[in-house]
Design a protein around this ligand. Structure first.
Ligand code: NAD
Ligand code: UD1
Length: 345
């Protein structure tokens, strides 16, 4: 019998890459998704890559009854990896209640239903946004969190607090919160990748959409920061490396290796790259000139953020292996392949 893992939001960008790594590691994957930001085609794409079709249940996790029913059906699962959430920073500023409602109802219903049915291992998708503007770099997990700039970011900070309280109150329940830095890139098959709705907020999809002709030019938000070339620095991480960390994390809980009821890990490479370095890497990898313009700073941007990654290596034996050019090459392959074959998601 294979060990069963429930993956909420498994049709999305990071969830689908994680489903593939779980299948490669011989897990039985159950995907729960309402397809609000993804497509059911992901399931056949996962089959194309792995030869395995994960079980798919279309469900809105905001619905407590439906959530409880599905967890009852799969009460033999060993754990849950919870990706389901809305994630667009700008939209969350415009529609905060929609973000608080979706991200909290789905989290609370999942926690309640899974513990009701004895599924006591939980991995949470958090974000480096919980660090706000750090005073020291690279940033370690024991740095104090700050109230993030956006309602989206705040849902991550509060969710971590909910997990702290819940794991304290329930001895049987264990959780790991994974703080992602800047996930980019795509599966090397070119079958799955990032598909933002509408105009992208994030740098990588904006670059590839500009290069493919969907956007006129990239706006570089500020070159007057106190960094090597004046543009902000981030810790970009390949989505396949990120996916592999989830397999390590769920195995840690299944094997009862956790030392605290809630553990928190940074997921980054530990290397910071500026916006200009990302553009240079894109031009090197693609052989194209990117149309861009330096404009003013974007509200809420921090000058520099990159991870200390020692803890994830010491405790989970995970470290990122893929470099910036590989991340950008895979994102560019995905964009071209996707645009050629699809007009929709
Ligand atoms: P995504 O939008 O591609 O995937 C999220 C999935 O959840 C989608 O398939 C969506 O349809 C589903 N979903 C949303 N609300 C749901 C609900 N109520 N019920 C069922 N399904 C629902 O996003 P992603 O980039 O894969 O992000 C996954 C997780 O990682 C999210 O929690 C996100 O906040 C977090 N995260 C992402 C990044 C990033 O840069 N992509 C960075 C830090 C943290
Ligand atoms: C953003 C969010 C963060 C979220 C993360 C992952 C903000 C302020 N922060 O992080 O909360 O967790 O995405 O979804 O939105 N850039 C440009 N031009 C662009 C887009 C980005 O110059 O068109 C620059 C930004 O100024 C930044 C860097 O590229 O310096 C990376 O930006 P982005 O990909 O949006 O990630 P973050 O801002 O780190």
């Amino acid at each position: 019998m294979k060990t069963k893992i429930i993956v909420t939001g498994g049709c999305g960008y990071i969830g689908s890459h994680t489903a593939i790594e779980l299948i490669k590691n011989d897990f039985d994957v159950i995907i729960l998704d309402d397809l609000s930001n993804s497509t059911e085609k992901t399931i056949s794409r996962i089959h194309k890559i792995t030869g395995v079709t994960p079980t798919f249940v279309k469900i809105d996790l905001k619905d407590p009854l439906a959530t409880s029913t599905v967890f009852k059906m799969h009460n033999d699962a060993a754990g849950v990896i919870h990706f389901a959430a809305h994630k667009a920073v700008g939209e969350s500023v415009q529609k905060p209640l929609m973000y608080y409602k979706n991200n909290f109802y789905s989290l609370l219903n999942t926690l309640e239903s899974q513990s009701e049915h004895g599924i006591n291992n939980f991995i949470f998708s958090s974000s480096a946004t919980v660090y706000g503007t750090p005073n020291t770099l690279p940033i370690t997990e024991d740095n104090e969190t700050q109230r993030p700039f956006s309602p989206y970011g705040n849902t991550k900070k509060i969710a971590e607090e909910i997990l702290t309280d819940f794991t304290k109150s329930n001895d049987a329940f264990s959780a790991i919160s994974l703080r992602y830095f800047n996930p980019i890139g795509a599966h090397p098959s070119g079958e799955i990748g990032e598909l933002p709705n509408g105009i992208p907020n994030n740098l990588m999809p904006y670059i590839t959409q500009t290069a493919v002709g969907l956007r006129d030019k990239l706006m570089v938000y500020g070159n007057d920061y106190l960094t090597k070339d004046g543009t902000p620095i981030r810790d970009y991480i390949h989505v396949v490396d990120l996916a592999k960390a989830h397999v390590k994390a769920i195995n840690r809980l299944i094997d009862h290796k956790q030392q605290q009821p809630l553990e928190t890990y940074n997921l980054g490479t530990g290397n910071g790259f500026s916006v200009m370095e990302v553009i240079e890497s894109f031009e090197r990898v693609s052989g194209l000139k990117l149309n861009y313009e330096i404009v003013g700073r974007r509200e809420g941007d921090v000058p520099q953020l990159f991870a200390a990654t020692d803890l994830a290596y010491q405790k989970m034996g995970w470290k990122a292996e893929l470099g910036l050019d590989e991340m950008i090459d895979s994102a560019w392959c995905w964009e071209q392949k996707h645009r050629k074959h699809n007009t929709s998601k």
